[in-house]
Design a protein around this ligand. Structure first.
Ligand SMILES: O=C1O[C@H](COP(=O)(O)O)[C@@H](O)[C@H](O)[C@H]1O
Length: 238
């Protein structure tokens, strides 16, 4: 099969006129999937990304009228900073998602004070074992360097992070380009999700995505999409 055809099978492209329309469509889709999971198994497990992109989507999702008291929200990844830091992904979720109807959700953070990022990841791994895996919904972002979750191209344990057979839930990440150390869900746990979306916005991110999916060294976003058992949904707006 031609390479173009293989790549085309790795994802579905969903394009919107503007960011508000994207936020509305993605929040409606995620709310419907969470409601379906609550109906089927009495609970729903959602993992969201941080960074700068998701705020509008979080605000829209927070107003969706579903049984949020049965929903558990956790993070795809986190910087090793407390929730009070402007760089905290937990802080972003608290300020934008855990409000309105979604204030009733249970939030499980990844950051805890610890002597090292390895200790924090081990503690997270134990704590998160109690969650109702697999994820129902995983919302990924992507950096301009082709990283997704905290799978940075220069992470010193990238093959371990991306290992689709990893038994780990949370892993520590050291990458010079990441700034501070990180905590991330393993690719194995992300790829088990019923629904995986990548939320990106702007012309630069589109160009970075196209480049990552093209020929050349395999960027982390491409490694994740290629390993996904069902095609991921890409949500993009200019
Ligand atoms: O560092 C991170 O970056 C990515 C992308 O963030 P953005 O600011 O470019 O939207 C994000 O998906 C990830 O959760 C975050 O930790």
């Amino acid at each position: 099969m031609a390479r173009e055809q293989l790549i085309a099978m790795a994802y579905h492209w969903n394009e919107f006129d503007d960011r508000a329309a994207l936020a509305f469509a993605l929040s409606g889709k995620v709310a419907a999937l969470l409601a379906r999971s609550v109906e089927r198994r009495g609970t729903a497990l959602l993992a969201v990304s941080g960074g700068t992109t998701p705020a509008k989507f979080f605000a829209a999702l927070s107003r969706e009228q579903i049984a949020w008291n049965k929903v558990i929200v956790t993070l795809i990844d986190e910087r090793f900073v407390p929730a009070s830091s402007p760089r905290s992904n937990a802080g972003l979720v608290a300020a934008n998602l855990l409000q309105n109807a979604a204030a009733a959700a249970r939030f499980v953070p990844l950051y805890h004070e610890a002597a090292s990022i390895e200790d924090a990841a081990r503690a997270d791994n134990e704590e998160l074992k109690a969650l109702p895996w697999p994820l129902d919904v995983a919302i990924l972002g992507m950096g301009g360097d082709g990283h997704t979750a905290s799978f940075f191209p220069d992470a010193d344990t990238l093959p371990t992070l991306l290992d689709p057979a990893s038994p780990r839930i949370v892993l520590p990440v050291h990458a010079v380009s990441a700034g501070e150390p990180r905590l991330t869900l393993s690719a194995a746990r992300i790829l088990e999700a019923d629904f995986v979306a990548v939320h990106i916005e702007g012309a630069e991110k589109r160009a970075a995505f196209d480049e990552a999916m093209g020929p050349g060294p395999k960027k982390p976003i491409r490694a994740v999409l290629d390993a996904a058992p069902v095609p991921a949904e890409i949500y993009w707006a200019p």
